[in-house]
Unconditional design. Sequence first.
Length: 143
Amino acid sequence: MGKPMGNGFPVSAVVTTKKIADKLGGNVGYFNTYGGNPVACAAVLSVMKVVREERLLDHSQEMGEEFERELHKLKQKYNCIGDVRGVGLFWGIDIVKDRKTREPDTQLALALILKLRKERGILLNADGPYTNILKIKPPLCFN
C-alpha cells in the first residue's frame, strides 16, 4: 500500500497474513532509513481519521453505484465503448473500434482524454496493454 494512505505524503506499508509472515521465520533483512517515520505515521493516522469520520468508503460505494448506472447508459449509447467495469470510484472504460471483436482503439482513447481535459477540465489517463482503457479514479470526496 502506498500514496493514498498519506494523501500525497510519501508513505507505504506492507501487509501480509500470519501464515506468510511465519514462513519468513524472522529472516526479514529489509531496513529503511525512513521506516516508522513519526511524521509519516501521523499523516496516515490523520487520513484514516478523515476516511472514517467522513464515511468516505460508504460515500465511494454510493457514488460508485451511480457511476455504474451512468457509465452503462453511455455504453448503450456509444458503440466505441466495449466494456465498463469497476467498483466504488475506480472504473475502466474499454474504448474499441468494434464491440464484437473488441479491437482496441488507442487513438480514440487518447483523443477522448485530450478532449475531456481541454473542454471540461476532466483529468483521465489511459491504461492497459493497448492504452485504450480510460481509467477513472476521482478522489473519495468526489460528488
